[in-house]
Design a protein around this ligand. Sequence first.
Ligand code: CA
Length: 217
Amino acid sequence: MRILVVEDEPRLLHNLAKALREEGYAVDTAAAGDEGLFKAQNTDYDALVLDVMLPQLDGWQLLERLRQRKNTPVLMLTARDAPRDRVRGLDTGADDYLVKPFDLPELLARLRALIRRTAGQACPIVQVRDVRLDTRARTVTRQGASVPLTAREYAIFEYLALHRGQVVTRTALYEHLFDESDDTLSNLVDVHVFSIRKKLGADLITTRRGQGYCIDS
Ligand code: CA
């Protein structure tokens, strides 16, 4: 999953990006509203973390303009003691909000829930045949036994499992799983899929020639 964080306070931006990468997300960053809007319009992010007080465009203006074109899930960061901000955020099209200063585990949990809901998946557990995916713990078991996946393998499997029943193109996988600091353009996705099949079953992920990959629902 690929997240855009728009926040003008350098330390908070750095810490958020670092924490999200440690959770296995691909993370892009923007320190001003206009830069954030440009990136959000031109990349299909799985979610945005959007601060309200920003230079150039503020969070409201960014959200309003983004909503004219895109439904990317948005988690807004609002100031304490500004209940009106929360109402305004939800009215403008934010999907959730968090009051600063916030607990990191809460932000991570809200992001996971936001991404799941967008994929039409209310429950954190996804069952695909004999394979069980726990999106909270980021673990995979097969017939009850734990299967260790690398961070990339997990990310690919989770994306395909949350979009099961749909064909996911290689381009979409690259766009959702690799961030702007990662310019790997090889056939790495194929290598990871090969390795996932070895661990979870050869026919779990179907290759649609010329189209991409699919997990049957
Ligand atoms: Ca700010």
